[in-house]
Design a protein around this ligand. Structure first.
Ligand code: HEM
Length: 482
C-alpha cells in the first residue's frame, strides 16, 4: 500500500533536465564553481526549476525567487531535511549537530536549544564587549603595520579575528588565551575542507559506502574527529571543573550554556561536541569571507569607500573608547547597505546548504519526488537581471531609501535576496554574524586609509567550499587617519 502511494501520478511531469551522460549524469557540466555552472545551465535551458542527476544523486536546482519561495516557504515542511553525508555521519557523531541533522525531533530540539540559549538577540548582545575588545586588538595590530609601512594580509587578519571572536564566545576568554585558539582555527580549516565542496563520494553514496573511496574518506575524517574530540573534551572538562570549584555559574559562554541545558534537552556529550563543531565552522569562515569580499569591493570603488568612511567618521562619539562601539554604529545606513550589497554579490554559501525532500510534492505543475537533494542557487538569484537593476555591479545605494531594493532584507522574507536562506533551516547565526561584521568593518573604515601595494590589482575570482572565498590574497597598505 505504501509503495502504491509513492508512485508518480501519470499526468504529472518531473522538472526539465538538460541532456545527460550515462553513469555520471550531469556531473561533467558542473565545474569548479558549481553555482556559476548551474546558473549557466539554468539560463541556457531557461529552467528556473531543473532536475539534474549528479552521479547517482538526483538534484533539483532552484534558480528564481518564485521557485525558492515554493521550496523554502510554501513546501518548507517537505524540503527541510538534509541529504545524508558520510563525512558528517563520522565527524558529527551520526549527524547529531544542527546543520547536517535530518529533519525530525532531534533536529527540532537542538535547533531550539541553539536559537534560545546560544544565538538569541540577547545572547548576541551579551558578547558586545568581547567583540569590541577583539576589534581593538586587531586595530592595534594594523596600527603597528601602518607605523612600519607594512602590507597587511587582510584574509589572514580577518579569519584570525573571527576565529578568536568565536573561540571567545564558545570557550571563554581563558581557554582561548591558553593557545587553543590556533588549534581551533587549524581544525576548523581542516573540517571545512572535508565538509565543503562537491565531493565525489556525496554523489555516489552507495559506492562511497562500499568501496575504497569510503575507507579513504573515513580515515581522513576519523583523524580530524580525534583531534576535535581531544580539544573539546578538554574544553568540557575545563568548564565542568570550573563550575565545581567556583561553585557558581559565571562562565557566560556557549559551552557553559550547552552543558547547562544538556539534560533538559536530553543530549549526550557527543551531541554537545557536534553542536560546538557546527558553531565553529558555521561562524568563522562565513563572517571572515563576507568582510573580505566587502573590503575588496570597496577597494575597487574608492568613491564608495570614501562615502562609507565619511559616514563612520561622522560619528563624533567614540563613547570614551578608542574604537567605534556597537551603540555608535547603530544608525549607520550606508554601512548596512554596503554589507547587504556585498552579501548579494557574494553570498558565501551560494547554494545555501543542500536541502532534501522527504515526500513527493508538486511545484508549478511539476512532480518533485521524495529523496532528492535540493540546491537553491542564491548566488544566481541575487544576480538575476529580472529582479535586480545592473545586477553585476556593486551598488550599495540600491538598498538605501529611494533605491530599487530599499526595504529588501536578508531575514528570509525577500526571496530575491537569500544570503542566510529562509524557512525552518535558515541560518540561526545571522545576528551573531552581522554584529561581528558591522563593528569590524566600521572600525577598519574609521581608523585607516587603505591603499593597494604598487602594481597590485584586485581579482575577485572565487574558490568554492563550505564558504566561498576569494582566490587571491587581499594585501593592503593601511595608513593611520590623523
Ligand atoms: C555572515 C555570516 C553567515 C552567513 C552568510 C551564513 C549563511 C548560512 C546559510 C546560507 C545557511 C543554510 C541555510 C539553508 O540551508 O537554507 C546557514 C546555516 C547555518 N548557519 Fe549560518 N551563516 C553565517 C553565520 C553563522 C554563524 C555566526 C553561526 C553560528 C554561530 C551560523 C550557524 C549556522 C548553522 C548551525 C546552520 C544550520 C542550520 C540548520 O540546518 O538548521 N552561521 N548559514
Amino acid at each position: 500500500r505504501k509503495k502504491k502511494q509513492q508512485q508518480q501520478p501519470p499526468n504529472k511531469l518531473v522538472p526539465p533536465s538538460p541532456p545527460a551522460l550515462p553513469v555520471i549524469g550531469h556531473l561533467h557540466l558542473v565545474g569548479s564553481l558549481p553555482h556559476v555552472s548551474l546558473r549557466c545551465l539554468a539560463r541556457k535551458h531557461n529552467h528556473d526549476l531543473m532536475l539534474l542527476r549528479l552521479g547517482a544523486m538526483p538534484v533539483l536546482v532552484v534558480s528564481s525567487p518564485r521557485a525558492a519561495e515554493a521550496v523554502l516557504r510554501t513546501h518548507d515542511h517537505v524540503f527541510a531535511s538534509r541529504p545524508p553525508s558520510l563525512v558528517a555521519e563520522v565527524l558529527l557523531h551520526g549527524s547529531s549537530d544542527v546543520g547536517f541533522a535530518p529533519f525530525g525531533d532531534y533536529w527540532r530540539r537542538v535547533r531550539k536549544l541553539i536559537t534560545t540559549h546560544l544565538l538569541s538577540v540577547k545572547k548576541v548582545q551579551s558578547f558586545r564587549l568581547a567583540r569590541e575588545e577583539e576589534v581593538s586588538r586587531v586595530l592595534t595590530q594594523i596600527g603597528k603595520a601602518a607605523a612600519m609601512g607594512e602590507v597587511v594580509d587582510m584574509g589572514e587578519l580577518l579569519s584570525s579575528f573571527t576565529n578568536d571572536m568565536v573561540c571567545r564566545a564558545v570557550a571563554g576568554r581563558l581557554f582561548g588565551s591558553q593557545g587553543h585558539n590556533t588549534m581551533f582555527r587549524k581544525l576548523t580549516q581542516d573540517t571545512s575542507r572535508l565538509l565543503g565542496g562537491f565531493n565525489v563520494e556525496e554523489f555516489f553514496p552507495v559506492l562511497a559506502r562500499l568501496g575504497a573511496l569510503s575507507k579513504a574518506v573515513r580515515t581522513k575524517t576519523e583523524r580530524v574527529k580525534r583531534r576535535w574530540d581531544e580539544l573539546l573534551d578538554k574544553l568540557i572538562q575545563d568548564h565542568e571543573s570550573h563550575n565545581r570549584s567556583s561553585g557558581n555559574n559565571d562562565y557566560d559562554d556557549f559551552t557553559y550554556a550547552l552543558l547547562s541545558a544538556q539534560h533538559e534537552y536530553g543530549l549526550t556529550r557527543d551531541h554537545v561536541k557536534s553542536i560546538l563543531i557546527d558553531v565553529f565552522f558555521g561562524a568563522i569562515d562565513t563572517s571572515a569571507q563576507v568582510l573580505e569580499f566587502a573590503i575588496a569591493e570597496l577597494m575597487r570603488k574608492p568613491h564608495l569607500m570614501d562615502k562609507l568612511q565619511a559616514e563612520v567618521r561622522s560619528s563624533t562619539s567614540l563613547d570614551g573608547k578608542q574604537i567605534l562601539t556597537e551603540a555608535s554604529i547603530n544608525n549607520m545606513t550606508y554601512l548596512r547597505a554596503v554589507i547587504k550589497e556585498s552579501l548579494r554579490l557574494h553570498p558565501v554559501a551560494p547554494l545555501l546548504a543542500p536541502h532534501f525532500s522527504m515526500t513527493n510534492c508538486t511545484i508549478d505543475g511539476y512532480m518533485i519526488p521524495s529523496g532528492i537533494q535540493v540546491l537553491v542557487n542564491a548566488w544566481a538569484i541575487g544576480r538575476d537581471s529580472r529582479f535586480w537593476e545592473d545586477p553585476e555591479e556593486f551598488v550599495p545605494e540600491r538598498f538605501l531609501d529611494g533605491g530599487g531594493a530599499a526595504g529588501v532584507n536578508f531575514n528570509g522574507n525577500d526571496f530575491q535576496f537569500l544570503p542566510f536562506g529562509s524557512g525552518r533551516r535558515m541560518c540561526p547565526g545571522l545576528n551573531f554574524g552581522i554584529a561581528t561584521i558591522e563593528v569590524m568593518l566600521a572600525n577598519l573604515m574609521h581608523h585607516f586609509h587603505w591603499d593597494l601595494p604598487p602594481g597590485m590589482k584586485i581579482d575577485m575570482t572565487e574558490v568554492f567550499g563550505l564558504a566561498v572565498r576569494r582566490r587571491e590574497k587581499l594585501l593592503l597598505l593601511p595608513k593611520l587617519c590623523t
